[in-house]
Design a binder for this molecule. Sequence first.
Ligand SMILES: NC(=O)c1ccc[n+]([C@@H]2O[C@H](COP(=O)([O-])OP(=O)(O)OC[C@H]3O[C@@H](n4cnc5c(N)ncnc54)[C@H](O)[C@@H]3O)[C@@H](O)[C@H]2O)c1
Ligand SMILES: [Fe+2]
Length: 397
Amino acid sequence: MKVYRAHQLMMRSLSKVIPFPRPKLLTGAGCVSELADHIKQKGLKRVLIVTDSVLMGLKLLDTLTASFDKHNIKYTIFDEVQPNPTIKNVEDGRKVYLKNRCNGIVAFGGGSPMDCAKMIGARVRNPYMSVQKMRGLFRVFIPIPPFYCVPTTAGTGSETTIVAVISNPETHEKLVITDFKLVPKVAVLDPELMVGLPKHITSTTGMDALTHAIEAYIGHNGTKFTNGNAEEATKLIFENLEKVYHDGSDLEARSNMALASFYAGLAFTKAYVGYVHAIAHNMGGLYGVPHGLANAIILPHVLEFSAEAAESKLASLAIAGGIGKSTESERELSHRFIAKVKAMNENMSMPTTIKELKESDIPLIAKRALAEAHPDYPVPTFMCQSECEDLIRKLLP
Ligand SMILES: NC(=O)c1ccc[n+]([C@@H]2O[C@H](COP(=O)([O-])OP(=O)(O)OC[C@H]3O[C@@H](n4cnc5c(N)ncnc54)[C@H](O)[C@@H]3O)[C@@H](O)[C@H]2O)c1
Ligand SMILES: [Fe+2]
């Protein structure tokens, strides 16, 4: 464990000195049509728009494509991205990019299209490196083509992170690829695109953003910058997520959630995530459980496991989130924080178990989750195989 902490300390020192690229931010209702200007300035001849068939069916891309037509920007649409995108999705998108001689990429959608687009760009420029070979830290050698992100969920923060998560259906694993080169040039936070998000996707993606903020904050690698962003994200999520769950057309609350997701992304891209994500990624890889849903269900259990080690930080986050005062004891505040997370889940009708989970898979899930978390994730306190299995057992239907 000391070796893990030494590794994390090194990563923390590096993250303080290395400048992380940050996208330029466009915000406000209808801002998606401003993206064309930025692409025009870059002089791109044809862009690949990476999205999914649901968003195509909802005609959500119409404003974007109309603005491209108006600015005479040519585009090809690749809409075959699946939730929890696969290596095949990346390779298919790469073929379409090359066939149509594109020279830029616009991701339009949730984390799945954004991550798939990142890796299409990485594969286009690094043809000798497979997705599997780029797994891990800083293995995208040649920069991706000019890249732009339009998130349509307020959750993953992929529009600002150095991360892409791709599923390998052969091994049922999620591959995490981490590189500065995966950050887009511009991120478009347009609340109008999120108005039609179904309730269960609003809630689960919102809880993903909250998990990013919490894991970045209670881990050992927080800095002033990441803690500030995690605090702001937590406050915004506490104030807006349930509101927008009940009234999806509340544009102000949608804007606040989009910002919260972005801030949480800024926090975790530097300070990492923790066991919630390590376990959730494996629920996604093995059973295809949506990422935010897995996080929402797992989060209270990991917080309870870490409650003592993270007491002081959970207490500060409770105060920052507006649910406590500094005159109260840390124990009281940290318990209230965990209770708040549970209440949010309950108020948004979140299940408490993972219906696909099988007892016989638990040892493998725990083994893979710990292999993902150690040594990179600066968790408040370490978990061993049997503790992880016991925690996962609580999620059995
Ligand atoms: N790169 C990162 O930093 C990062 C961080 C966290 C998670 N992830 C990854 O992101 C993926 C999950 O992304 P997600 O949670 O955003 O979900 P998603 O992109 O898989 O979308 C979920 C569903 O919501 C639909 N949808 C999206 N926007 C909509 C809208 N505005 N209106 C109606 N329907 C809409 C999609 O069509 C899809 O069916 C996972 O693969 C996860 O591992 C990446
Ligand atoms: Fe996440």
